[in-house]
Design a protein around this ligand. Structure first.
Ligand code: HEM
Length: 225
């Protein structure tokens, strides 16, 4: 192992990698939500945004490749950290000493696995059209390019909407802790910014949950059709 890989795989290095990849994923989630919220400006606004992305295939595929790489690195380092923590704590105490740790911070692995399953389901739904293939036709013939129509028809089904809303709660819990801990791992706490560091996760988590859940909810209520 050379010096760089020793540094990256050290416990401090792993925390930096988790923090930076977590930041990358958080930026993606906020950017993706902002794009999806264009549905409030009408179907054409969301479709124009989706078509805009498609019109720049080099940029789109570079972003997709980068996102996938960041996601996989985050996952591998999360598994390593979890494994290390487990082997450092062979005895599972009946009364765990978790006065300081929140539920979200103690269950990052669980919420992370649910997010992974959600992303796979979501890709099979809106990107590959395997779930709900009938409405995927909106992006093919005869209503070519109607991404907004596909989203609306998808969320008009209560079960699909409920599954998205449930997943956003797990995403919110993950962001609640992760959204603050990446700053702590980069050493931003204790420098007079503690109020910001401690609250940024909660603010990001609440914004993402409210923003993402609002879309299936307003569609279910028939306010967007
Ligand atoms: C209500 C919430 C959401 C809506 C309405 C939504 C909508 C969409 C749509 C329509 C697409 C396909 C875009 C296209 O092919 O033109 C898509 C792709 C995608 N979404 Fe979401 N999404 C939501 C939440 C999320 C969340 C929470 C995540 C991640 C945690 C996520 C991750 C992705 C990824 C990775 C892709 C593939 C991007 C690509 O192919 O370039 N989405 N989403």
């Amino acid at each position: 192992m050379n010096r760089l890989s020793r540094l990256v795989f050290s416990s401090v290095g792993s925390k930096y990698v988790m923090a930076l990849t977590g930041l990358g994923l958080m930026i993606f989630v906020i950017a993706h939500m902002s794009g999806n919220l264009l549905i409030y400006f009408g179907k054409d606004a969301l479709n124009a945004y989706a078509h805009g992305l498609m019109e720049h295939p080099v940029l789109l595929w570079s972003a997709r490749t980068g996102l996938l790489a960041i996601f996989l690195i985050h996952l591998v380092f999360a598994l390593r950290t979890w494994q290390e923590n487990e082997s450092a704590r062979p005895i599972h105490y009946v009364h765990e000493n978790t006065i300081q740790a929140s539920w979200a911070s103690r269950h990052m692995m669980l919420t992370g696995v649910v997010i992974l399953l959600f992303v796979l389901y979501h890709l099979l739904h809106f990107t590959f059209g395997i779930f709900d293939p009938e409405h995927f036709k909106y992006v093919l013939e005869p209503k070519e390019g109607d991404v907004a129509g596909m989203v609306i028809a998808g969320f008009q089904q209560p079960l699909i909407s409920a599954s998205y809303i449930l997943a956003q709660i797990f995403l919110g819990l993950h962001l609640w802790h992760g959204g603050s801990s990446w700053l702590q791992h980069l050493g931003w706490n204790g420098r007079g910014y503690d109020a910001v560091v401690n609250h940024v996760g909660a603010v990001v988590a609440l914004s993402v949950v409210v923003g993402n859940c609002s879309i299936p909810l307003v569609i279910l209520m028939g306010w967007i059709y």
